[in-house]
Write a protein that binds this ligand. Sequence first.
Ligand code: SF4
Length: 766
Amino acid sequence: MMAKPEQANEEWHSTACNLCFVNCGVEIKLGGEDGRQVLKVRGDKEHPTSQGYICNKASRLDYYQNSKARINSPMRRTPDGSYEAVDWDTAISEIAGKLATVRDEHGGDKILYYGGGGQGNHLGGAYATSLRKALGIRYKSSAISQEKTGLSWVFSRMIGGLVHPEVHHAKVAMFVGKNPFMSNGLDRARLFLKEIKKDPERTLIVMDPRRTETADHADIHLAVRPGRDAWCLGAILAHIVQSNLLPMDWLAEHAAGYEKVIERFQAIDVDSYAEFSGVSPSQVKETAEVIAKAESFALEEDIGVQMAPHSTLVTYLNFLLMLMNGNYGRPGTIGMITQLADMIAVDYGPVDENGYETERRTLPVTGAPIVSGLFPANYLTEEILNDDPKRSRALIVESSNPVHSLSDAKRMRRALRHLDFSLAIDVVMSETAMECDYVLPASSQYEKWEATFFPRNFPANIFHLREPILEPMPNTLGEPEMHARLIEALGVFDAGELDGLKTAAQNGMAAYQGELFSQMGSNRKVASYLPYVLYRTLGPALPEGQAATAAIWGLCQMYVLKHSAEAARAGFSGPSAGSDLFQALVDSPTAVEIGISTYEESWARIPHPENKLQMLIGELLDEVDVLDKLEPMLKTSEEYPFALVAGVRRAYTANCNIRDPQWAKGRAVTALTMHPEDAQRFGLEEGKRVLLETETGQTEVELAYDERMHLGTISVPNGQGMRFVNENNELEDTGVYVNELTSVFHRDRFIGTPLHKFVPARVSAC
Ligand code: SF4
């Protein structure tokens, strides 16, 4: 329940950390003069997956909750570029009017939507679907399209469901482009690494150009040359194929299309691929044999490869390595999960007999592919900055900061100013908000009911619905209320149209459920605007302040219908299963197991013919031909001799939820890192300011040595360069604003993910 100031120093409040997508369960002790300061944070031992684990970052959550950049009034941009505070009624009426004008004059498909929930902050986004419907918005995206849409395209086509590689239970686990020791992104990351290092029965393989802190825990470190992961993975798979180590009987029973994969990999020259990748052929072959002979093998990749050359091809190779070796549907391999709501939708189009997809929705101007319902954010500016009548005219940004997180920030700012209208919904005055026509201030994730749709666990999956631990900051609103008010200003429903549902809600869940199903049959608008309808009809009947959970009630009903066996194993069955699950989520201070799956279900739920895994993705198997040329996709040159990793997660960097650099006080987090031999070669000194230049931009930064770096590679941390208010109440920024240095045109050719992990760059003394 809400923290009362008089008890604030005694009570621990259960909630979650929002600094990475693991969203560990935490307990927070509040205090300070107003009782609103986050004084202490500890791990929540009751949380079913994090089990009391937290990393060093969670203790700094106060920098998010009490950021000086928070806003407490709707803001309207004035002709001179400054902002003026306006009241909520004025803001809602003007914003609805301007969006309606764009919709009516140009069509709702000219309004883009970006975001829908920051890290671990997704409940508001669930209500945005109703606003998008009211405006006729067709195209949406989020930061997920910067990293994970290649992954979803590959697992959708090969498996057809949302999957969880069980690295925690695999005999052989592998990380490709992932450094969980620093970046987390894995349940109980450091404990897992310690455990696997100590266990003689298990093997850890790490593929990364840098000798990462995770690689320190590995049995095998494949130190590939930057941007050449695809060759190393191709050589590993080719050696397995050529050594007849594949489980042919298993493939015949469970897979389709594997013959063409085998044929292609028979033709690969393992030694030349290995040498080109920078890894010795002997190490490649040793690794291949460890993987092929493993009792179970699971692999997790991350943005180290998802935002690097051959991004989608690398993902395909990673899945081939798991699936071609029989690692699916048994302990320690891959399981298919069930979720209350899919953060990354499964998305595969029709495929012809040669394994090529024949249909895909695309963006109107650039023709860029829409995957998992998301357009590639890297194409956003191109959809705006042109004279095509189909160009985008307006943008709604919710809980996201594309000016900071998308490539080429200058171009993004220009695109925003080119629009007829722009709106930002955020907790803080972000870099994006500073470019928009209107800004609506949201309550923080600790001031409202919240949830994350990220968890991917198998066999038991969890969901954490979190109650507020603080009253909302005055004059801020939750996103569900903002969406509802905008929908009402757009006049979607007639007065009294929803009264029947409101009355039924007062008579209990069963009465409401019956009336809702009846009205969904008789009034199409009820089904089309379901989140809004739930919020305005069921919401008021829920305990005070809890209206935003109404959409979760709807999701629970759908979950138990769709996954009745899994829900029943978790204890939710019978006619009231959906409402029981909802009540369990509301009542529990920590995450709840919502469903327990089995390996048999992982097979039965494969939607492809005969429930078989599809090994052939024609477009990506063809792309292997490109590797045969032994030519890097992106090159360094005499002019730009370094490969810049633009945005690396360090122990004291996090996502953009924390803006104030004071959170890492006393820690050198902002420096550009370089191997000392490279520094010597270019006459650069540690601790000195250097000029970092790319084709897109330049900046000054301090230099630090890092002997772990691969020669020829440099890195700057993520999450820097944000504006913050310093102790003198002045706006300042700190560190490198990496997207001043990146280009929208360096992107994966299949899915459009940006290649931020390989930006040709040069460094010189200042
Ligand atoms: S940053 Fe990630 S791993 Fe660390 S406490 Fe927060 S959610 Fe957990």
